[in-house]
Design a protein around this ligand. Structure first.
Ligand code: NAG
Ligand code: NAG
Ligand code: NAG
Ligand code: NAG
Length: 231
């Protein structure tokens, strides 16, 4: 019953629900693909909208060994964002998170983070292949998926300040321990690496307080939905 409700909500939101990874470019164009009945790509399908990890003509973007840029096109009024990483050339297992805690993003437009920090002791070196997975989740737990292939390179650079501009969007990490009215948690050193040209994160205002019940139900709905979609 719950699954059916979620599925119906998902369909109801379909028209406006998709998002793009502008940089690094997506494995395949899952945005226009949704209008192309010749493909079975759909951002509702986990882990990567139905785009396989071994797609031969998928772009593979060089990323710095200590983390690179990501630029998203968001079309929602607001959404939760998770960015995960999987290692290898044909990835379907995204078992490292780059957004801990995950983000709450408000506004439609472009969200660019110049340098997304990596987990410590990540087993990568110059030439290691990997994929990024971006998951956006709405208030009902309906989730959208998109992936981009990367190759870690010692001489790769992040986007420039001119290229990495956030417009129309503010975002903040969900902080479980913050109470409302507390000051914004530091924009540095929290693992997100907003970088020098930090997107307008701080203008998102105070850190967002959330109780664990809310977090748990978001997570639970996500699991339910992911499970339902894979049946
Ligand atoms: C990609 O992987 C799938 C199975 O995961 C396999 O069936 C397919 O042949 C592979 N395609 C290429 C181009 O290697
Ligand atoms: C953002 O939302 C506004 C108002 O809802 C709309 O007019 C505009 O076209 C949207 N822009 C994008 C890029 O979706
Ligand atoms: C993630 O999965 C890869 C295999 O895909 C494995 O080698 C690695 O140890 C895993 N890392 C963690 C932290 O689970
Ligand atoms: C995320 O942001 C939206 C819009 O600003 C807000 O309505 C929602 O309550 C926020 N979620 C949490 C958990 O703070």
């Amino acid at each position: 019953m719950a699954l059916k409700t979620l599925a119906l909500l998902a369909v109801a939101h379909l028209a406006q629900a998709h998002f793009g990874i502008e940089y690094p470019p997506m494995r395949a164009d899952t945005l226009s693909a949704s209008h192309d009945h010749g493909t079975h790509y759909s951002q509702w399908i986990q882990p990567c909208a139905g785009v396989p990890g071994n797609l031969t003509d998928a772009p593979r973007t060089e990323w710095p060994l200590d983390g690179g840029s990501i630029k998203l096109d968001l079309h929602h009024k607001w959404t939760y964002i998770f960015i995960n990483l999987g290692l290898g050339s044909d990835v379907s297992n995204f078992n490292y998170t780059l957004t801990n805690p995950f983000w709450n993003s408000t506004g439609n437009g472009t969200l660019c983070v110049k340098k997304l920090a990596l987990p410590t002791n990540l087993p990568i070196s110059d030439g290691s292949d990997a994929s990024l997975q971006v998951v956006t989740i709405g208030e009902n737990g309906n989730a959208l998926y998109n992936c981009a292939n990367i190759r870690f390179r010692a001489n790769a650079t992040p986007l420039s300040d001119e290229e990495c501009v956030t417009e129309g969007v503010t975002y903040a990490p969900i902080t479980a321990q913050a109470s409302s009215g507390s000051d914004s948690s530091s924009t540095e050193g929290d693992g997100q690496g907003a970088g020098d040209n930090g997107p307008t994160r701080s203008s998102a205002g105070p850190a967002i307080g959330v109780n664990m019940g809310v977090l748990s139900s978001v997570a639970a709905l996500t699991l339910i939905f992911a499970f339902g979609m894979s049946l």
